[in-house]
Ligand binder design. Structure first.
Ligand code: 8YV
Length: 311
């Protein structure tokens, strides 16, 4: 009998097709009667497939008595209650490494887009305004001071790319590492000593709103913020205020506190670049993530070690 899987968000079509070949998939996210499906099926569900930005609400997990694995199509597991998983004994798996390059690439893209006003420049040409006048000047990317908060796999990949821009790189995080960059033991210290503060740390209770008004104040009127990690690391209201009052120069954001909601205040700001959580969204990387999701599920259900286990 086919194994029952609960799918909590849309996935790339090829992954959905492959899942459907191997398992009986219940598309929970588009089910109108979620209570009904749980009443009927909760006792059969052995796996959950979800996105990093969604995870699994604990209220849902506790309703699945036969749950063996939560397979995340993403590296972040901040939305999965690991204590509940440990208590109940189900596994949690993710897709690390395969997306590192793309996320770092997007961080560089955001840095350049913000400093060189790419989104405004594009609008300037398309709207026919070029003939009416030139665009104002942007800022140099090369040789500036970049502070990376969170020097894990993704933070290190960002720093490596920044080296090619002759950047002065500093970082802050849980501990000092054996790297050729300047370490600050607080994010305020990091922010006070860089032109661009890049957020690349995992979301957790400790990092929630770590970018607050003090950090933005320290970053200063010439400093910019780039976030490719999770929206929860930034106090969004404080960011809107800091941008509005000119306390920082600009922001480039791929992630938001309450996705897909984005504060409308950002929409009118020329010194803000916004992307809809697309750091890992390339054909190549999403394909590799899909392979890892399938490998994690298959390993679980054939009694083999998980290729990418969180727990
Ligand atoms: C994805 C992510 O957008 O890896 C993560 O943690 O947030 C992203 O790669 C998401 O998980 C896609 O399902």
């Amino acid at each position: 009998m086919s194994i029952n899987i609960l799918q909590l968000c849309p996935l790339m079509p090829s992954l959905e097709a492959e899942l459907a070949k191997r398992y009986t998939v219940h598309r929970y996210f588009e089910t109108k009667d979620q209570t009904g499906i749980l009443k009927e099926r909760a006792g059969d569900i052995r796996g959950v497939v979800t996105g990093g930005h969604i995870g699994i609400p604990t209220e849902l997990a506790i309703q699945l008595p036969k749950l063996e694995i939560v397979a995340i199509n993403g590296v972040g597991y901040d939305r999965v209650d690991l204590n509940e998983a440990k208590k109940r004994g189900y596994r949690v798996a993710n897709t690390p490494d395969v997306l590192t390059a793309d996320v770092a690439d997007l961080a560089l893209g955001l840095i350049i887009a913000l400093a060189r006003q790419l989104t405004i420049a594009d609008k300037h040409v398309r709207s026919g305004n070029w003939s009416k006048g030139d665009l104002g000047l942007g800022h140099r990317v090369t040789g500036r001071r970049y502070g990376v908060f969170g020097l894990g796999r993704i933070g290190q990949a960002i720093a490596k790319r920044l080296e090619a821009f002759d950047a002065q790189i500093s970082y802050s995080g849980r501990r000092k590492l054996d790297v050729p960059y300047v370490f600050y033991d607080t994010i305020v210290g990091l922010a006070a000593n860089c032109d661009v503060l890049i957020i690349a740390a995992a979301a957790s209770a400790e990092t929630r709103h770590v970018v607050n008004s003090d950090v933005l104040e320290a970053l200063g009127p010439k400093g910019s913020l780039v976030n490719i990690a999770r929206g929860s690391l930034v106090d969004e209201a404080a960011l809107v205020a800091a941008l509005g009052e000119g306390k920082i120069a600009g922001a480039a954001l791929d992630v938001f506190e309450h996705e897909p909601h984005v504060p409308e205040a950002f929409f009118e700001m020329k010194n803000v670049v916004l992307t809809p959580h697309v750091a890992s969204a390339t054909h190549e990387t999403r394909g590799a993530m899909a392979d890892l999701v399938l490998a994690n599920l298959d390993a679980q259900f054939t009694g083999k070690p998980l290729p990418a286990a969180v727990i």
